[in-house]
Design a protein around this ligand. Structure first.
Ligand code: SF4
Length: 378
């Protein structure tokens, strides 16, 4: 077989030659589409050509599993049935619905993009890959998904599933964690896509990667692409795709003070710009280079509170919370503050506002804060 003589490699012209010799429509596109017809999951965004619905589903599903993302998609469609209604919503409302999905910049970009579509495109999404790319939060993957699923444009999607399927099929050794890999896989997928049904081909290859050619246990014995698959022929499924990340995790140490006023309300504040969780609500925070016990915390505000008859009611265990490039080590301290102490404290720290427990439920919060409030029965 030609493929096995010249692979693995990462030279597109050679792959193109192989594809031409191979008759990719017959050996790859058609079997994938036939597999998809038999095995696809019934998902709501597959029954629509509405670019707004497709866009919402794609943004929600980035870095999120389908089962987790599905209820969010349904809630967003119910709360914001059109892009215009979404564009008119308050950011807090959008963040609150997004709560639990993480990567909150995606929610902000979603909101900003809705505004642009309404203000600059009269509420209609651009109908092609190139113009969709100009919108905030829409990268090449999402633009291709909308362009092909909503408008039938012949442009391939390349997501993690597509990387894996193509890398295994062709034995591609390019490191997919490096940005140049995208162009290579995009060009290869452009050679393979079925121009008669680009939307179905795209859905098929992604679904095939998600359900059949899975990362850990690909179902090679029942695979319709077995005969042309480099990884299968060489028992190298685990070697593809090649992904080497060199990211450094930053450790941060948070001391959160859950300050209660005499009325039993909790002081919370929206997080400032320029750091994680912008606009979500948390508590009074003291950050240090390491985790400290209460008496070692030299924060002026806390010292003032303690000096004026405030009482430390509870100190939590240490929570670890993983973000993309940060690991948070977090301790919570519940502090019952006196009226006298709060007068100067809250005046100085005007971002803090008092909320009764029911009101805190409605605030957009990082999932860590939400869980702790629930655990402490607030
Ligand atoms: S044979 Fe195995 S590795 Fe190759 S495409 Fe099929 S499931 Fe994936």
């Amino acid at each position: 077989m030609i493929i096995q003589k010249i692979l693995p490699h990462k030279i597109l012209p050679l792959i193109t030659k192989v594809i031409n010799n191979l008759d990719s429509t017959k050996h790859i596109a058609r079997p994938l589409i036939a597999w998809y017809a038999q095995n696809q999951r019934d998902l709501p965004w597959r029954h629509t050509r509405d670019p707004y619905h497709i866009w919402l589903s794609e943004i929600i599903l980035q870095q999120t599993r389908v089962q987790q993302g599905l209820p969010y998609y349904q809630r967003f469609i119910a709360a914001f049935p059109t892009v215009r209604i979404l564009s008119e919503a308050k950011e807090e409302e959008v963040l609150r619905l997004w709560q639990g999905l993480g990567y909150y910049s995606r929610a902000r970009n979603l909101h900003a993009c809705a505004k642009t579509v309404v203000q600059e495109h009269n509420g209609r999404f651009p109908d092609n890959f190139k113009d969709l790319l100009k919108l905030k939060g829409i990268g090449r993957y999402t633009a291709a998904a909308i362009a092909s699923f909503a408008f039938g444009e012949v442009v391939p999607v390349v997501d993690g599933n597509v990387y894996r399927v193509l890398a295994r099929l062709f034995g591609i050794t390019t490191n997919i964690a490096q940005p140049p890999a995208f162009n290579e896989f995009f060009a290869l997928a452009s050679e393979l896509i079925d121009p008669e049904q680009p939307d179905t081909f795209n859905q098929a290859i992604m679904e095939f990667g998600a359900m059949h050619c899975t990362p850990q246990k690909p179902l090679c014995l029942y695979c319709p692409l077995q005969a042309v698959c480099y990884a299968y022929q060489h028992s190298m499924q685990k070697d593809f795709p090649v992904k080497k990340k060199a990211t450094k995790v930053k450790h941060r140490y948070f001391h959160y003070f859950i300050i209660l006023n005499p009325a039993g309300e909790i002081l919370m504040r929206p997080r400032p710009a320029g750091d994680i969780w912008r606009g979500l609500y948390d508590f009074y925070l003291v950050e240090d280079n390491t985790l400290l016990d209460t008496d070692a915390i030299k924060d002026e505000g806390i010292q003032q509170l303690m000096a004026k008859n405030s009482i430390l009611v509870e100190e939590s265990e240490v929570y670890k919370h993983q973000l993309t490039h940060q690991l948070l080590h977090v301790k919570f301290f519940v502090l019952q503050a006196s009226e006298q102490a709060l007068q100067t404290f809250t005046a100085e720290r005007s971002q803090l506002q008092a909320f009764n427990p029911a009101e805190t439920l409605a605030l957009p919060k990082p999932v860590l804060i939400k869980n702790v409030l629930e655990k402490l029965n607030f």
